[in-house]
Write a protein that binds this ligand. Structure first.
Ligand code: PEP
Ligand code: MN
Length: 344
C-alpha cells in the first residue's frame, strides 16, 4: 500500500501517518519526492483497511500496490531514482561507464588499467577482490590484499570503486572500501547477503541471475529497499539460453521492462552478457540506444593473460575505441557520457 501525501503536507502530518502505520504493526517507508512525500507500507500479510489512514490530515490518497514487488515499483514512486556514486549519476540524463578488470591481480595491474580507463572516460573503476569462480581451482581473487589495492586506486586516480561482496562474512570489509557494493549474478537470490547489503550503508549494484526473470530480479532488489537501502542500481548481464555463439544472451528488452516496472536505474554489462571481446562494443552501443542508465565493461591491459574473463575483456586501446563510438552515438541520442570528475 502507498500513502500519497498532499503536496503541502507538513513534516508533522507525515510523522503522524508514519506513527499510525507503525502502530498497526506495519513498516512505514517515508519517501520524499520533488512534488510530494509518499509513504510505502510493507509488512502486511493480507489486505489493510485504508480508511483509518486515508482520513488523517495531509493525506491525499491511499493506493493499493498491485505488483508483488512494492518499494521498487513505479506504482510506489513515479519519479526515476537517481543513484549517485562518487560523482557518477545513474538514472539521470548522464551515462556513466564503470570499467576495469574482472579481478584485481596486482597493484601495478589495477593502477595501470585505472589510469587508462579514466583517460578514456570511465567514471568508476571495477575490479573483484573476492571472485565467484565456477571451479575451486581457478584464481579466487586477492581477497583483503585486493581491497587494499582498490583503496590505493581510488587515492591515486580519484575513481570511485565498484567491487563484489561474495558472502556475509566479508561484506563489511568490502563495504568499507567500495563506493558501490556489487552483488553478483550467482548471489542474486542469496537473501541473507541481500539483507546485509541492504544495511551496509553503501549503494548496491545488483546483477541479474543467469536464469532469473525480471520479476525475480525486482523481488531481490525489494530485499535491499526493505532494509532501508534505496541506493540500488540493477544490472542486466545476460541469461542462459540455447544460443552458443555467445557466453550468455544479453537481454536488452529487460531494460525496457525494468524501466517500465521500476523507478530504479538499470545498467548493462555487455562483457558478461556476451563473453566475447568482439561483441562487447556493438552490444554496448545497443545498450546505450535502448536507453539504459550506464554500462559496466571489463578491461585488461593484457587480456590474453588475464587471470579471469580474458576472452571478454577489452584491451586498453579497444576500450578507448568503444568509448569514442559511444560518445558519438550518445550525441545523436541527446545523451551525454559524463565528463570524468577532475582530480589533482
Ligand atoms: C563480475 O562482474 O566479474 C561477475 C562475476 O559478474 P556476474 O556476477 O554477472 O557473473
Ligand atoms: Mn568477470
Amino acid at each position: 500500500m502507498l500513502v500519497v501525501m498532499q503536496s503541502g503536507a507538513s513534516a508533522a502530518q507525515v510523522e503522524t501517518v508514519r506513527q499510525r502505520i507503525e502502530a498497526m504493526g506495519l513498516k512505514a517507508h517515508v519517501m520524499p519526492g520533488a512534488e510530494r512525500t509518499a509513504i510505502g507500507v510493507t509488512g502486511n500479510t493480507g489486505p489493510i483497511d485504508p480508511t483509518s489512514i486515508a482520513n488523517l490530515s495531509g493525506v491525499k490518497e491511499v493506493v493499493r500496490v498491485t505488483k508483488p514487488f512494492k518499494l521498487v515499483s513505479r506504482e510506489m514512486r513515479a519519479e526515476s531514482t537517481v543513484v549517485e556514486v562518487a560523482g557518477a549519476r545513474f538514472g539521470a540524463a548522464e551515462f556513466p561507464v564503470i570499467a576495469g578488470p574482472c579481478a584485481v591481480e596486482s597493484e601495478a595491474q589495477a593502477l595501470g588499467i585505472a589510469h587508462a580507463v579514466r583517460a578514456a572516460g570511465a567514471q568508476l573503476f571495477r575490479g573483484g577482490a573476492f571472485k565467484p569462480r565456477t571451479s575451486p581451482y581457478s584464481f579466487q581473487g586477492l581477497g583483503r590484499e585486493g581491497l587494499a589495492i582498490l583503496k590505493r586506486v581510488r587515492a591515486e586516480t580519484g575513481l570511485g570503486i565498484v567491487t563484489e561482496a561474495l558472502d556475509t562474512e566479508t561484506l563489511e570489509q568490502v563495504a568499507e572500501v567500495a563506493d558501490m557494493v556489487q552483488i553478483g549474478a550467482r548471489n542474486m537470490q542469496n537473501f541473507s547477503l541481500l539483507r546485509r547489503a541492504g544495511r551496509c550503508g553503501k549503494p548496491v549494484l545488483l546483477k541479474r541471475g543467469m536464469s532469473a526473470t525480471v520479476e525475480e530480479l525486482l523481488m531481490s532488489a525489494e530485499y535491499l529497499l526493505a532494509e532501508g537501502n534505496r541506493q540500488v542500481v540493477l544490472c542486466e548481464r545476460g541469461v542462459r539460453t540455447f544460443a552458443d555463439h555467445s557466453r550468455n544472451t544479453l537481454d536488452l528488452s529487460a531494460v525496457v521492462v525494468v524501466q517500465e516496472l521500476s523507478h530504479l536505474p538499470i545498467v548493462v554489462d555487455p562483457s558478461h552478457g556476451t563473453g566475447r571481446r568482439d561483441q562487447v562494443g556493438p552490444l554496448a552501443r545497443a545498450a546505450l540506444a535502448v536507453g539504459c542508465n550506464g554500462l559496466m565493461i571489463e578491461v585488461h591491459h593484457d587480456p590474453d593473460r588475464a587471470l579471469s574473463d580474458g576472452a571478454q575483456s577489452l584491451g586498453l586501446q579497444g576500450f578507448e575505441g568503444v568509448m569514442a563510438e559511444l560518445r558519438a552515438l550518445a550525441s545523436t541520442l541527446g545523451r551525454q557520457l559524463q565528463p570524468v570528475p577532475s582530480f589533482p
